[in-house]
Design a binder for this molecule. Structure first.
Ligand SMILES: Cc1ncc(COP(=O)(O)O)c(C=O)c1O
Length: 474
């Protein structure tokens, strides 16, 4: 095969980058199709009048990024169509950002982000702990797998932490570490549900749970949320008609509404679980941001239930890094064995991350870090409430704590209108319907208070109001 590329025009980039980019473009645009064999390194070098060393680098880079597959003794081939599609989706997001930069537009940013700014998280100085674990434990790193239930000292530290939310009677066997909250939910669903079993989830709620249940072929229904939490009448109706095996919900700083349930609502939900016999997953990932008192004054489902019907899950993705991939679940005793069996297939946590977290918890740095984050969030929340309302939005509620504000323009019924306009301004706004099982048009948008101080957002909201208010109101 001859593959001669026109590369002489591009003097702004290195030769390797130029060839990587040109070949990637040909693959993405289907001019080089899945399974096609590329010329050998020698032939490609000759055809394009470049060194073999450059070709080796180019092919290596494309193999590493997944566009090429190297077959030993046979050569280099274009990867499968499904792999290319996945890579293409990722590339598109990155290139959208780059285009915005190249056009001189301000860089795309996401005021609805599910993550706190890196600058807030960096005060933790994680590098100190990475060095410490690397120094003290490197020999052990090369030996075998991590403990299936999790690193014991860390689980003991978590057991202590559970006291601060009033979960006092857990045995260490009930505490299982995971590679995050979503993997914990996935493991529990795989353990407890058969295909077609029904699950109830929050609406609006964490959109990935809907995707997960679709993937597992489990029927699921959204329970509508008001400012007080789930609509208890609809919840009971759904329980009676759909006979769910599981309810997945959050009691403290729920996403996207930041609603925290009252003890009365928690009591009612647990009563229903008892009466109609279903399990509850309590996802408490944002609960950590509720009050910086040593003992939290917010009640969890797990507090009242003491891990009887409630499987409590949590994670460090919001407070340390989404890349740490570390969380845990607290499991009722009768479920431990079933869940451990499923966990063996892919639910093991990284021991390196576990040890890192253990160091942080043991030194007390984590608690100080979280208190600092809560202070930052509280200030940001007040400013964001003012900024959003000053720009004509109304708030679903005024949450006491939390990372998000759920807000809408009074005259816009479909938040896709906002999202489309935001794109033109280099902003990425996720529409409300993504947070709903029904995917029905929604006027709501989830704003992440940590990002709302950015002037790009207030400028956009001002422009949007000027451009749309009269149009929609008249
Ligand atoms: C409510 C909720 N639960 C779970 C997760 C996933 O957490 P993890 O990164 O630990 O898997 C998220 C992530 O944004 C979330 O918002």
């Amino acid at each position: 095969m001859e593959l001669k590329l026109d590369w002489h025009g591009d003097k702004t980039d290195t030769l390797t980058n130029t060839f990587v980019k040109k070949l990637t473009d040909l693959i993405i645009s289907d001019q080089l199709t899945a399974g096609t064999k590329l010329p050998s390194i020698r032939d490609f070098a000759m055809q394009n009048n470049i060194s073999r060393f450059t070709v080796v680098q180019v092919y290596d880079r494309l193999v590493a990024s997944g566009y090429l597959v190297s077959r030993r003794g046979s050569g280099f081939y274009i990867a499968s169509k499904s792999t290319i599609q996945l890579l293409f989706d990722e590339t598109r997001i990155i290139s959208q950002k780059n285009t915005a930069k190249a056009d001189g537009a301000t860089e795309l940013f996401d005021p609805c982000s599910g993550h706190l700014p890196a600058a807030w998280l960096k005060t933790l100085e994680i590098e100190k702990y990475i060095r410490k674990v690397g120094r003290n434990d490197i020999d052990n790193f090369y030996e075998g797998y991590s403990n299936i239930s999790g690193y014991i000292p860390l689980r003991k530290a978590i057991q202590q932490r559970l006291h601060s939310i009033g979960v006092v009677s857990t045995d260490i066997e009930q505490i299982l570490t995971t590679s995050g909250a979503l993997p914990a939910i996935d493991t529990i669903c795989r353990s407890l549900l058969k295909p077609d079993d029904c699950v109830l989830i929050d609406d609006p709620g964490y959109y990935m749970i809907d995707r997960l249940l679709n993937n597992l072929d489990n029927k699921h229904f959204g329970v509508p949320w008001s400012v007080d939490g789930p609509d208890l009448e609809i919840l009971e109706q759904l329980i009676k008609t759909q006979k769910p095996k599981l309810l997945i919900t959050s009691a403290v700083c729920q996403s996207p509404t930041s609603v925290t349930l009252s003890p009365a609502v928690i009591h009612k939900i647990l009563g229903l679980a008892e009466k109609y016999n279903f399990w509850i997953i309590e996802d408490d990932i944002y609960g950590v941001f509720h009050s910086n008192a040593a003992v939290s004054n917010a009640m969890r489902l797990a507090t009242l239930d003491q891990i009887n019907r409630v499987i409590y899950i949590n994670s460090y993705s919001k407070t340390i890094s989404g890349k740490l991939r570390l969380g845990y679940m607290i499991v009722p005793k009768p479920l431990i064995e079933t869940i451990l069996t499923t966990k063996a297939f892919g639910g093991r946590a990284s021991e390196f991350s576990e040890k890192l977290l253990y160091e942080l918890l043991a030194e007390g740095s984590y608690r100080k870090h979280v208190d600092h984050l809560i202070d930052l969030l509280q200030t940001a929340k007040e400013q964001s409430e003012q900024m959003l309302t000053a720009n004509g939005l109304i708030l679903f509620n005024k949450p006491e704590f939390g990372m998000y504000l759920w807000a809408r323009f009074p005259y816009i019924e479909d938040s896709r209108v906002i999202s489309e306009a935001a794109k033109e301004h280099g902003l990425n706004i996720m529409c409300g319907h993504h947070f709903s099982v029904s995917q029905e048009i929604s006027p709501w948008v989830r704003f992440s208070v940590a990002w709302c101080q950015d002037k790009r957002l207030s400028d956009f909201l001002k422009d949007f109001t000027l451009a749309n208010r009269n149009h929609y109101i008249s």
